[in-house]
Write a protein that binds this ligand. Structure first.
Ligand code: 2BA
Length: 109
């Protein structure tokens, strides 16, 4: 058994959980935020049999799209008389960042 952890854009998280439920996968959605952009994203957890991992990754690919976001860099600490021109920076976020971990034991009590 494997634990799939998918970090996705918050706009895709709901659609991903719905698509997983449609194919009878149980999933948990957590609200999270990215360390770099400090913006909300969604983390979807699901434990599945090993032979279902590829199907789950296919669902993630179908439902999560990449986006370009603009970040305004923080100004550095400045000395008097110094000048900083903050150029916005474009970063490409997702589709999804996915981790697949081995599950030692799984119980529903
Ligand atoms: P954030 O940390 O907010 O990162 C958003 C996007 O900013 C990243 O997209 C990447 O394009 C860019 N980025 C992140 N750190 C950067 C840096 N040090 N320098 C330049 N650009 C940087 P994704 O790679 O698609 O990541 C989307 C979200 O997935 C991340 O949001 C974070 O919440 C999570 N994530 C990505 N890699 C991870 C990892 N190795 N471990 C844990 N979470 C991760």
């Amino acid at each position: 058994m494997k634990l799939v952890v998918a970090i996705v854009h918050h706009e895709d998280a709901r659609a991903l959980v719905d698509a997983l439920l449609d194919r009878e996968f149980r999933a948990t959605k957590l609200s999270s935020s990215g360390g770099f952009l400090k913006q909300s994203n969604g983390t979807v957890l699901l434990a599945v049999e090993d032979d279902a991992v590829d199907e789950v990754l296919g669902i993630v690919r179908e439902t999560c799209r990449s986006r370009t976001q603009v970040v305004n860099p923080m100004p550095p600490i400045m000395e008097p008389g110094e000048f900083f021109m903050p150029y916005p920076l474009e970063v490409e976020v997702g589709g999804a960042t996915v981790f697949v971990l081995p599950v030692e034991r799984f119980e529903r009590i």
